[in-house]
Design a protein around this ligand. Structure first.
Ligand code: PHE
Length: 329
């Protein structure tokens, strides 16, 4: 019995301790067996042995619990030391992703304009005809509605075909001066190598009193923005048409794949279109009840910028949720 108590006292770890506990107090343990011998005894003899056994049992348990808690503390300490994470350890950057190229590009665009104090605005994806079309100088019969294949619901509700309705909603609820951008999903009935039915745009709008907001401001802003996104590229403004801006322009950058020499991606023109923009049409201001103001607006496709900056040539790969694609960024 005493050797068992000594063994317990000398146990080196929880496993040994547990083995000795079973040896003493397990179902077939030495102490347990001695207790069962009590049945066959009587009188003084029984009393004395019972007392003795209970004392041993108490000693045994006291040693057991003292040792057990000591081992638990030590084991916890070593586990904490072994599993410690060294946050200063160098980790190869190639295993980390920038996130989805579309969110990454969107965040970069937002970052740029937030630094210039533009307000971040949002609007509904399900729009009414007024905000998506009429207020933007696209009345019912207007042929430009064909440019934007629309998903319609009942009662002239629709999935917004561009982020421009957010311009209208912002002007309806605020007074000039306004400086806002609105990133978000947009929808058109289109599906091929360069079009998906859902895509993302960022809209920008600046409105100021009198004639303070000019095409010159617009041009400077967009040139600086495109240099921020694409680095050292050539930029050109090409006259174009949007019903809600006059004059309107499309903005091209020199092809980032061939540096403007001409390749398949830029259809051998050396230029890539990246933005639409213009001076806000007087009719749009009339629709929201603004007088004596000037403004400019611009809109861009986030997927297009993401394809050009991340070197992706099939738009659909953005939406296939294939981790192997994302791991490359
Ligand atoms: N809404 C236009 C489009 O979807 C882009 C644009 C926005 C053009 C603002 C001019 C001004 O193509």
């Amino acid at each position: 019995m005493n050797t068992l108590l000594q063994k317990l006292q000398d146990a080196q770890n929880s496993q040994e301790l547990e083995a000795f506990r079973i040896e003493g107090l397990g179902k077939k343990g030495i102490i347990t067996q001695k207790f069962s011998e009590l049945k066959s005894l009587e009188g003084e003899e029984k009393k004395n042995l019972a007392k003795e056994l209970n004392e041993i049992k108490q000693k045994f348990e006291a040693i057991y619990w003292a040792k057990k808690s000591q081992f638990q503390i030590n084991e916890l300490k070593t586990a904490l030391l072994e599993e410690k994470i060294d946050v200063s350890l160098f980790q190869s950057i190639s295993h980390r992703s920038i996130g989805h190229p579309i969110s990454y590009t969107k965040d970069r665009i937002i970052d740029y304009f937030m630094h210039l104090d533009y307000e971040l605005c949002v609007g509904p994806l399900v729009e009414d005809d007024f905000h998506n079309f009429s207020a933007l100088n696209l009345p019912d019969f207007h042929p430009a509605r064909d440019m934007q294949d629309t998903f319609y619901f009942k009662d002239s509700m629709l999935l917004r075909t561009h982020t421009s309705p957010v311009q209208i909603r912002t002007m309806e609820t605020q007074t000039p001066p306004i400086k806002m951008i609105c990133p978000g999903a947009t929808f058109r009935r289109d599906y091929d190598l360069t079009h998906t039915p859902m895509f993302h745009q960022v809209e920008g709008l600046v409105v100021d009193k009198g004639d303070k907001a000019s095409f010159a401001n617009l041009k400077y802003t967009l040139e600086d923005f495109l240099k921020y996104i694409f680095g050292n590229v050539k930029i050109r403004f090409r006259s174009s048409f949007f019903p809600f801006t006059e004059p309107s322009a499309e903005v091209d950058i020199s092809c980032v794949f061939c540096q403007g020499n001409g390749c398949r991606i830029c259809s051998h023109t050396g230029w890539l279109e990246v933005l639409g923009c213009g001076v806000v049409d007087e009719y749009v201001f009339e629709a929201v009840g603004y007088k004596n103001v000037s403004g400019y607006a611009f809109g861009m496709g986030i997927e297009r910028l993401a394809m050009l900056t991340c070197g992706v040539n099939d738009l659909r790969s953005f939406f296939e949720t294939d981790l192997r694609v994302l791991e490359q960024f």
